[in-house]
Design a protein around this ligand. Structure first.
Ligand code: NAD
Ligand code: IPM
Ligand code: MN
Length: 357
């Protein structure tokens, strides 16, 4: 069986880490006899926007909907295109139209990588953020009135639906139930956001009735953020609304030393549309063009994609390979964010060589 994969590098370091993600993917495919058809696309990038006046071609949905997965780099080039235009015109369309309602973001302190938190070792930080990915605070309901006057009003509604919240909670409970600690943490803010968040808490309880084996705790998002820093070892699976999950999924990886290694899977669990795999980080204009971006976020996303496509051994081999390369700690190979003087390519090549065996 051939897996059809749409490959979209995007902008900035997306174009630099993608070749290394593909190098790892192809090495794993060769070793495990997996047949991949990789189809590159130049849309969903700011270069495409500057040429065409839109981020995506009119037929993008038809073009992508029958792929088995989408492998994305990063998008955004705020100097050229305002972020809300580039992101709402691309990545956020994919997530919503392909109903990728789970954004699964592992957060793990890797061997050989120094945590900025004193005394933390690999094993101390190893949890998942399960982020609601299609609704919540990321809504297009709202507007601007009386623009440019003293009476100017700006409104953007949070939209939560029972179907939308229950389904991501179900995913989070099932993930927690499958792990040894069986522990779920819910990010709330029911003290201040007094309509949607008390209701979120109710749904956490209601859905949880079906998972008596999972122990559940809730923290308000402010102290939860603090606890990521003070007690990252407390967490196993953390479930959060779209915005809270976005923030936690940069904070978590920052606690593990660098956001450059963090992967994500934007999953459509029922498989009616392709899921999308991309690093957590963005296009990093501050380092783009220098060849020093850490490719592990992209490489680990490739591992998650292979696992999703039914090849857990191949995914595991990729993770083992980058963990081995990080453990070796050769400064000539590693990128600067993990203490080396190497490049995106030296690190990517070392990982691919390991995968090949
Ligand atoms: P960013 O993630 O691009 O960068 C934040 C910081 O982390 C920068 O200092 C950057 O150099 C560093 N960094 C990021 N990835 C790294 C890597 N692989 N290796 C080493 N260092 C790395 O966030 P930002 O600066 O807020 O956003 C830049 C652009 O990217 C914006 O247009 C934003 O909207 C967009 N963005 C896109 C995505 C996405 O495509 N999923 C995610 C986040 C931000
Ligand atoms: C992410 C990004 C996106 C988000 C932005 C770029 C719209 O930060 O994937 O985490 O907020 O979801
Ligand atoms: Mn983010």
């Amino acid at each position: 069986m051939t897996h059809r994969i749409a490959v979209i590098p995007g902008d900035g370091i997306g174009k630099e880490v993608m070749p290394e993600g593909l190098r790892a993917l192809e090495a794993a495919a060769a070793r495990f006899g997996i047949d991949l058809a990789l189809e590159p696309f130049d849309f969903a990038s700011c270069d495409y926007y500057l040429e065409h006046g839109q981020m995506l071609p009119d037929d993008w949905f038809e073009t992508l909907k029958d792929h088995d997965a989408i492998f994305y780099g990063a998008v955004g080039w705020p100097e050229m295109v305002p972020d809300h235009i580039s992101l709402w015109g691309s990545l956020l369309q994919f997530r919503r139209r392909f109903d990728q309602y789970v954004n699964l973001r592992p957060c793990k302190l890797l061997p050989g990588v120094k945590s900025p938190l004193a005394g933390r070792e690999p094993g101390d930080i190893d949890f998942y953020v399960v982020r609601e990915n299609t609704e919540g605070e990321y809504s297009s309901v709202g507007g601007r009135m009386f623009e440019g006057t003293e009476r100017e009003v700006v409104i953007q509604e949070t939209v939560m639906t029972r179907t939308g919240v229950d389904r991501v909670l179900k995913y989070a409970y099932e993930l927690a139930a499958s792990r040894p600690r069986k522990q779920l943490t819910s990010a709330t803010k029911s003290n201040g956001i007094a309509i949607t968040m008390p209701w979120w808490d109710e749904r956490v309880k209601a859905v949880g009735e079906r998972y008596p084996e999972v122990s559940v705790q809730a923290f308000h998002i402010d102290i939860l953020a603090a606890n990521f820093v003070m007690h990252p070892d407390w967490f196993d699976v953390v479930v959060a609304s779209n915005l809270f999950g976005d923030i936690l999924s940069d904070l978590g990886p920052a606690c593990t030393g660098t956001i450059g290694v963090a992967p994500s899977a934007n999953i459509n669990p029922d498989g009616s549309f392709p899921s999308l795999f991309e690093p957590v980080h963005g296009s990093a204009p501050d380092i783009a063009g220098r060849g020093i971006a850490n490719p592990i976020g992209q490489v680990w996303s490739a591992a998650m994609m292979l696992e999703h496509l039914g090849h857990p051994d191949a995914g595991r081999a990729i993770v083992d390979a980058f963990e081995a390369v990080l453990s070796e700690g050769d400064p000539a190979v590693l990128t600067p964010d993990v203490g080396g003087q190497g490049t995106t390519e030296t690190l990517g090549r070392a990982i691919a060589a390991r995968i090949a065996g």
